[in-house]
Design a binder for this molecule. Sequence first.
Ligand SMILES: NC(=O)c1ccc[n+]([C@@H]2O[C@H](COP(=O)([O-])OP(=O)(O)OC[C@H]3O[C@@H](n4cnc5c(N)ncnc54)[C@H](O)[C@@H]3O)[C@@H](O)[C@H]2O)c1
Ligand SMILES: [Zn+2]
Length: 386
Amino acid sequence: MVAISKSNGQATLEINLRTEEDRSYPIVIENGLISKIPEDLKERNLGKRFAIITDTNVSPIYGTALEKDLKDAGFMAKRIGFPAGEQSKSFEVLEYLVNELSASGFGRDTTIIALGGGVVGDLAGFVAAGFNRGVRLIQIPTTLVAQADSSIGGKTGIDTKYGKNLFGAIKQPEIVYIDPLALKTLPPKQYSWGLAETVKHAIILDAAFFGYLDQNTADVLKMTDDVLFKLAETNCRIKGTVVEADPYENGLRRILNLGHTVGHAVEMLSSYTIPHGYCVAIGMLPALRMANKITGFPLGDINRVEKLLDKFHLPTKIPSGISTDDIINATALDKKASENQARYCLPIRIGKMEMFEHQYVIPVEESIVRYAIDASRDRSDILDSK
Ligand SMILES: NC(=O)c1ccc[n+]([C@@H]2O[C@H](COP(=O)([O-])OP(=O)(O)OC[C@H]3O[C@@H](n4cnc5c(N)ncnc54)[C@H](O)[C@@H]3O)[C@@H](O)[C@H]2O)c1
Ligand SMILES: [Zn+2]
């Protein structure tokens, strides 16, 4: 009920919108799932008119068949594609997609299917948040980054000329369908970028999973069916656990930033020429070296992580063209910095993160940051520069 209070000629009406909305949703994982999705959708009440938003790479591999299968199952379905790549996370492509939906006759009863990697998920999710003030969203992630990370948590958005992901919304999907076998068509580099986030997940919350990755490197690289299923299931459980405990990113969710403080600095200082996944791998080693000094993270485990990243074809050394001073200055601009002292997410050991004043970010003295960065360079680079 609207409460009204009046005093001195002023009326205040209280519009009470307190809700206890349940935004829970399932993540369904099965090898070969993509072709079964239309049948599954018949069992769920998630709409009859599907707009499949996808990019130019994924559209011919999985989009054409999905559109046909949805139609064969009696649904209305249309694919709307945009050029693959991060540069499509733009106002222009957003505008194109929104207009294309209207031009195709889609309205309030639309269900948007985001079919593709993180770029598709972020863009299509944002379209779903805004089209007709919000329509249903289904995520079908097809990269390891998307299956492990971006399809869970509800963050969507685009880049602006001032930076990445600066304009967006939180939009939770109705369901996430993961077909781990879809990764088999992924270029190897793209797979390894997802492995960087996967190793990060193992370090922050799951020592047994780290052991599994360590013992099954050959099968991980071969992308065996069992491994792909295990990666999807475990990554989703870890990211899901963190998101569930901290949907608004006040505390625990920060542990997902392991490796990202130095990583973001390297990414920015390379003018985004080094892909994010490589930067996360590069950023992980300095963080672990800081952890060694501050939380006693074992030196032997630093070696294990370094060897594992190396086997996954991920870089572990800070590029020689990027100076320690520049990294330190850039991390001071990072959103986790406060009072000019950079704060880091640091593990105590593999599978357990350190807390500081009930937070998972720990202020680190500059001398330790400097040591950790310098120690994470290729020794031959250091000798070369002398
Ligand atoms: N929302 C979040 O929480 C979150 C989290 C992490 C990353 N992200 C965002 O995700 C994006 C990166 O995601 P990404 O690494 O998946 O990149 P991406 O979506 O650009 O996909 C990488 C490339 O692989 C192609 N591709 C996708 N699936 C394929 C398949 N199965 N077979 C063959 N090719 C395939 C794509 O067309 C693209 O060229 C960034 O924009 C990042 O900001 C968002
Ligand atoms: Zn990341």
